[in-house]
Design a protein around this ligand. Structure first.
Ligand SMILES: *Cc1c(COP(=O)(O)O)cnc(C)c1O
Length: 371
């Protein structure tokens, strides 16, 4: 057996993530390796923190990157804030809300579920009712941009309700960061996590996280240690803090963080609001083109995510065949339906660098051809 180097076919990534990355981000990840405590690298980490604060719209000092994918960011929030016996209200309207519930239960906390149908946003009335019934709840957790359905919930309104009942707020912003407005401080979000490979258009495997001062107080007042050594923020903090001397916790994924730095540089050169607007504009062009072909959107326009377009697979169309033809003939990846939407929907991503005119044109032309 002989082995040869791997050279993948170049694809256009328009699914639910990973999304296309820019040539600059790709180049950044191939720059020379340095040690993870090299002064040059510590400077890079400081800049990543500052640019992430801008992206999240927060002043939180505890804004950093977990060295693992979005799911580890999710777990970081739950394991640090929950203790056995805590009560958490978790809003479920798709796959990632269900994953939050799993996390809560593995922390031996009690999950009170507020459920909404797939394709609908989280109901503010149902959350309020659950809080009235469970005044002892410690946290409210929900997904801002549900990637499994393409729905955006009103994170500002949900957090405002949670705060009236003195709850901490834990928000999944994996798909929302960079793609739609997200204002961590103004909206009173206590713990938020995102992912590198969605609208930030960075390589996969990193999760930006931010904790409010109130969340840090809860963490510092814990009675039992955080169950996970790797994700224990009291330890990770010593590595990511810029005020004290940094000490080894784990070896950071150095070159992946080069890519994160570059992705954030590009976001800030463009401007956060310009990025939100670009996602919206490209979404409207894609929508018009799809509707002209007779393809229908599943989500009500009021709650649609511009960066994740969920459309019904037309009657009589072979889901797997079409997606494999797009991949093989056009090198174009779109997303299949997940969970309740499996076989019923396609998820067309316009995330980050993929939200460009040439991608939208390619997608429309290719779909028209194969259908
Ligand atoms: C992708 C995604 C995750 C999980 O991120 P991974 O990087 O795949 O672990 C969590 N929540 C939402 C809303 C996502 O879209």
């Amino acid at each position: 057996m002989t082995y040869t180097s791997f050279f993948p076919q170049q694809r256009t990534l328009m699914g639910p993530g990973p999304s296309d990355i820019s040539p600059q981000v790709q180049l950044a990840s191939s720059k020379p390796l340095v040690g993870h405590l090299d002064p040059q690298f510590l400077k890079l980490m400081d800049e990543i923190k500052q640019m992430l604060q801008l992206a999240f719209q927060t002043q939180n000092a505890n804004t950093f990157v977990v060295s693992a994918p979005g799911s580890a960011g999710m777990e970081t929030c739950f394991v640090n804030l929950l203790e056995p016996g805590d009560k958490v209200i978790v809003c479920i309207n798709g796959v990632f809300g269900m994953r939050m519930k799993e996390n809560i239960e593995r922390c031996q906390a009690q999950a009170i579920v507020v459920e909404d149908p797939w394709g609908s946003p989280v109901s503010e009335d149902k959350l309020e009712l659950a809080l009235q019934q469970h005044p002892d709840a410690k946290c409210v957790a929900f997904v801002h941009a549900e990637t499994s359905t393409g729905v955006c919930s009103d994170a500002q309104a949900l957090c405002a309700i949670a705060k009236r009942y003195n709850c901490l707020t834990i928000v999944d912003a994996v798909t929302s960061l960079g793609g739609v407005p997200l204002k961590v401080d103004e909206w009173q979000i206590d713990a938020v996590y995102s992912g590198s490979q969605k609208c930030l258009s960075c390589i996969p495997g990193l999760s930006p996280v931010s904790f409010s001062p109130a969340a840090i107080d809860v963490l510092n007042a814990r009675k039992v240690p955080v169950q996970s050594w790797f994700l224990d923020h009291t330890l990770v903090m010593n590595y990511w803090s810029s005020t004290q001397k940094r000490s080894y916790h784990h070896t950071a994924p150095v070159t992946s963080l080069y890519a994160m730095h570059e992705a954030l540089v590009q976001l800030h050169h463009e401007g956060l609001e310009n990025s939100w607007n670009r996602h919206q504009q490209q979404h409207m062009v894609l929508r018009d083109g799809l509707e002209a072909m007779g393809i229908e959107f599943i989500v009500d326009p009021k709650y649609r995510l511009p960066q994740l377009n969920t459309v019904a697979i037309p009657n009589g169309v072979d889901d797997a065949l079409i997606r494999s033809r797009l991949l093989n003939e056009y090198n174009l990846e779109i997303g299949a339906g997940l969970g309740a939407f499996a076989g019923k929907a396609w998820r067309i991503g316009l995330m980050g660098y993929a939200a460009r005119t040439e991608n939208v044109s390619l997608c429309l032309a290719a779909l028209r051809e194969v259908l």
